[in-house]
Design a protein around this ligand. Sequence first.
Ligand SMILES: O=C(O)CCC(=O)C(=O)O
Length: 340
Amino acid sequence: MVAAEIFNPGRTYETYKVSVKEYLTFREQGFLVVPGLIPLDDIEEMNAHVDGLLGGTEQIPTVPAPPATLSQEERLNYYQRAHMLHRVLPLHERFLLHPRTLDVLEALIGPDVLALQSMLFFKQPGQVGQGFHQDSYYIPTLPGTLCGAWVALDPATEENGCLWMSVGSQNEPIYPDNDSSGNQNGDRVLGDIEPISNASNPDVTQNTLSRVAGKYTEVKVEAQRGDVVFFGGHVIHRSHTNRSKTQSRRSFVGHYCNARSLVPWNHGSPYDGDSANYLHILGRGTTHLPYAQPRFGTPCAANRPDLYGPRAPREKVMGMMPSGSGLMILTAHAEKDHDD
Ligand SMILES: O=C(O)CCC(=O)C(=O)O
């Protein structure tokens, strides 16, 4: 149990140890569901906050509050999603840097983990989903180590618009998109890669990434409150409209990468130099690259290296030497070897 008390006094967070089977599952199918990773007390705290936003009793500092004149239905549909709230609201920073989420990321893409983006999906009844896309097209990391952590705040079902993953597509390159945004991302080095069009458009006749997705079996990823779906930046995924008349499908999504990757991305906002690493928070481990401190002091590697800092063993100087039987074995270098 690490730093439970300082992360959220009064609550305990047992360290989550990823198994070899889970590690393999993440690689074999492109995603991994960890049931009940986030304690329900935390989920309820976030849901009360989301209710407060929709009810007008709480506000997003960067977005105008819903006008008081709105009907109940208009109020529920005022927001669809909100980005980067960890930079303005302490609760979102705590969710982005949740120790149990970082435990899993440390094993899947670490040991050094940089926290890049947070998103809150409101997905009320009738609200639309997001068509086939690959997250690494939008958030480039060099080398590509992007991983999403999708936290279910409500039970997510086929009816209310759960995630769908195209299993095996995690091995695909990132397809450049002929969109008009001027985004130059995608794997343009491959000789025969054909750009696609309209990624994220729910209409599969417009979104030609659906042709690539068609090579794979698509599976729905239903989830309970507190379950977390980890998915790599290459896997093709989507979600559908919430067809429930009564059930919202709220979720919190964090995006992360290995802290040794360069990140030429700041959610569309300007940054100095070639990469925006200095604006993203070091969650676990260490790095030779710049990083940011959490604005609201959530404990993580950036401000508590004593708890969450370097995990990688330091190299002991070894060499291959013949043993008495003639076999080559690894042995520590003697002092005199260094002097030679
Ligand atoms: O939650 C959703 O409906 C879509 C989420 C998604 O596609 C993503 O986070 O990349």
